[in-house]
Design a protein around this ligand. Sequence first.
Ligand SMILES: [Zn+2]
Length: 114
Amino acid sequence: MHEASLVSALVESLLDLKAREGAKKIVKFQVAMGELSGVDQEAFNMAYEALKGVVEELRDTRMEIIKIPARLRCEECQREFSGDYFSACPECGSYIKTILSGEELELREVELEV
Ligand SMILES: [Zn+2]
């Protein structure tokens, strides 16, 4: 499962951070999840819960998922719009666009107890 490896990578960097800061526990962390990241949030949650059961450091940790909406910019007329990889520009109908946001999957704020 794709999501399981994403979750373990995230948790690994969390544990790294905790060790680096010499923290007692990880209180809370935020994951920015883009609309276009291709991550299934339910599967992601399930993978996290499963990992939580075996990683003692996560027992009292809260995970917060922040959905990042997709923003695209048309390369023809520079109009910004929301949509996905298959959307045409609502202004000029062009398919040539730049993804401004919505592809991210990353750790944001991490709250540690030191
Ligand atoms: Zn356009």
